[in-house]
Ligand binder design. Structure first.
Ligand code: ATP
Ligand code: MG
Length: 396
């Protein structure tokens, strides 16, 4: 019965002169998401609104599912189209519409008519009043509330008459592509995919870097990260994934430095390398899944020491989240089941029994001096030999 969707957007409505840039980006992202479902759609802007018109048979549930992945959408309103066959017919149609869309009926409502076609023989206020009365007569369980109604029955009079009253919540945020790009350090864990999702939600395009340590980490561990990048791309759009062979660097640090500082020194090199890739790709920030005190390498002291190697800003959207809160988001965005698959992670392989929890930058820098002989060459090689994959999710 629904032949179109009106797309409501919240924040992008207040962007002043740049508003059209945000709207155009939103239209683009909606088109991209709808490629994943059956059916032909036309997405267009008219009079400061975005409509998705359905041009063929389609799957309603799947269409809603895909629209819910588009950042920038605050609400999705399924719209019914009716021919203008006079007010009498309109009243009948509205009653049939309510019967179908709101069968529970025990709710407050108001009618909000809008005449986009001024030659319609009644004014908006008159339509509101008359239809309100007709609805009350037909359904005595319903009540009018003009200030805080449970539902607003919108009636837009154009060439055809459009009716909508249901608002399905969208994901919110800003359309992808309106805020530049950032480099996500993507591991196979629960946290980093969620961190990427959260930054993408603000309109940021993602690129990703993954460090593996073959043969200590398997091909399957790498596949898992590719799968995670694809899952995040459902929301964030295509993600270029840089896969960096970290084995030699890790081994070298293991040979040269105190084992309890291994993780911290490794993390510093990861950040350095990710930043080099980021700068090459015009990313203007790094993103990690770190959260204060989750593990030894995420105490405030450890974070400070890790952060010290970066010149780009590092975004840590999970910094104040508990694990359970992160798990809940990962379940919502469907990365959880993949994240918990049991494959080795390059960080855990050489991990010390008692890693430092309060590293001193001075000591770390001193011990890093023992890497001077080879580390630059190893980093260069790791950068040069990286593998790059484009990760995206196509269903059709
Ligand atoms: P996650 O669940 O995201 O793996 P974690 O709790 O295991 O996080 P750490 O292993 O300390 O935490 O990693 C902290 C952050 O460093 C990760 O969220 C991720 O952004 C980055 N990171 C860790 N390991 C890797 C890796 N192998 N490749 C790329 N980034 C990594
Ligand atoms: Mg991890």
């Amino acid at each position: 019965m629904f032949k179109a969707f009106l797309i409501k957007y919240a924040e992008i409505g207040v962007k002043g002169k740049n508003r059209y840039l945000f709207e155009d980006a939103l239209v683009r992202q909606i088109r991209y998401a709808l490629k994943r479902c059956e059916g032909e759609f036309k997405v267009h802007k008219t009079q400061g609104r975005i409509y998705v018109e359905v041009l063929s048979d389609y799957d309603y549930e799947d269409t809603i599912t895909q629209l819910k992945t588009v950042f920038g959408i605050a609400g999705i309103c399924p719209v019914v189209h009716m021919e203008d066959e006079g007010f009498e017919q309109l009243s009948q149609d509205i009653l049939a519409y309510i019967e179908k869309v709101h069968p529970e009926k025990n709710m407050t409502f108001k009618v909000a008519a809008r005449r986009a076609r001024k030659n319609y023989p009644m004014e908006s206020m008159e339509i509101n009043g008359k239809l309100g009365g007709i609805i009350l007569d037909a359904f005595p369980e319903m009540n009018v509330d003009v200030h805080h109604p449970d539902i607003v029955i919108h009636i837009e009079i154009r060439e055809k008459i459009y009716i909508y009253s249901k608002v399905i919540p969208g994901p919110g945020g800003m359309p992808i592509g309106t805020a530049g790009s950032a480099m996500l350090l993507l591991s196979g864990g629960i946290d980093s995919p969620v961190a990427g999702y959260m930054i993408a939600k603000r309109g940021v395009s993602l690129e990703a870097t993954y460090f593996h340590a073959p043969p200590y980490t398997s091909e399957r561990a790498k596949e898992k990260v590719v799968d995670l990048a694809k899952l995040v791309s459902v929301y964030a759009g295509p993600i270029r994934l840089n896969i960096i062979n970290f084995t030699d660097i890790q081994m070298y640090i293991y040979e040269q430095c105190p084992h309890e500082e291994l993780t911290i020194i490794m993390r510093r090199y990861m950040m350095k390398i990710a930043e080099a890739v980021a700068i090459e790709s015009n990313c203007i920030g790094l993103i990690t899944g770190e959260s204060i005190a989750q593990v030894a390498s995420q105490t405030l002291q450890s974070l400070a020491v890790t952060n010290e190697v970066c010149t780009l800003p590092v975004y840590r959207p999970l910094i104040g989240f508990d694990k359970q809160e992160i798990v809940e988001i990962s379940q919502k965005i469907d990365t959880y089941e993949t994240s918990i698959l049991p494959f080795e992670d390059c960080c855990t392989i050489f991990v010390a029994k008692h890693p430092v929890t309060k590293p001193s930058l001075k000591m770390i820098k001193l011990h890093e001096k023992d890497l001077e002989e080879k580390i630059e060459t190893l980093v260069e090689t790791a950068l040069k030999t990286r593998e790059v994959l484009l990760c995206k999710k196509d269903y059709r």
